[in-house]
Design a protein around this ligand. Structure first.
Ligand code: ATP
Ligand code: MG
Length: 148
């Protein structure tokens, strides 16, 4: 699912001469709605591209951590201020006018991400540093037996 999301976003990334670097361990499985989970990764990648610097890279990696699957999406971009970080999961919240603010951005992406991830028993963490970049971590309970 992560790979599919990266493939779907690669055209948008190349428009800004950005690269998506993908490093995902094999055989990580979670139980859930494939379509909804893909939407989660598309939303986070969309932000990483939209708020990332031209010519930069977006890194996405997935690994096993305790009983969770951790997917980290790291961008090199303008980052999020500490005040805004508390608000980014609120529906319709957008921080100022960012450098590549697009018409049609509603401020809904991360609120949907949080809702979907929590509905799957997981959580979302964001670390960010201004003028450097942002790292979003999606944690989902690993399914040791089933398939997604
Ligand atoms: P939509 O996702 O509905 O198109 P959006 O991207 O503005 O609109 P969210 O994805 O919910 O909305 O993000 C909320 C706000 O958080 C953004 O407007 C932006 O200010 C900030 N933000 C989110 N991701 C990043 C990021 N990777 N780097 C910098 N700022 C970010
Ligand atoms: Mg968004």
């Amino acid at each position: 699912v992560v790979r599919e999301a990266c493939e779907d976003m690669s055209i948008k990334a190349s428009k800004y001469n950005m690269r998506i670097q993908y490093n995902v361990e094999e055989r990580l499985e979670v139980r859930g709605d494939r379509h909804k989970l893909k939407e989660v990764f598309l939303n986070v990648l969309d932000n990483a591209i939209k708020y990332g610097y031209v010519n930069s890279s977006v890194h996405i990696e997935a690994s096993r951590e305790d009983a969770m699957v951790a997917v980290r999406i790291t961008d090199q971009g303008e980052g999020i201020s500490p005040e805004a970080l508390k608000l980014v999961f609120e529906p319709f919240y957008r921080e100022g006018e960012k450098h590549r603010s697009e018409k049609g951005s509603a401020g809904l992406g991360l609120s949907i991400v949080k809702q979907t991830v929590e509905a799957h028993g997981g959580r979302v963490e964001i670390d960010s540093e201004l003028q450097k970049g942002t790292r979003v971590t999606i944690l989902l309970p690993e399914d040791k037996h089933g398939a997604t």
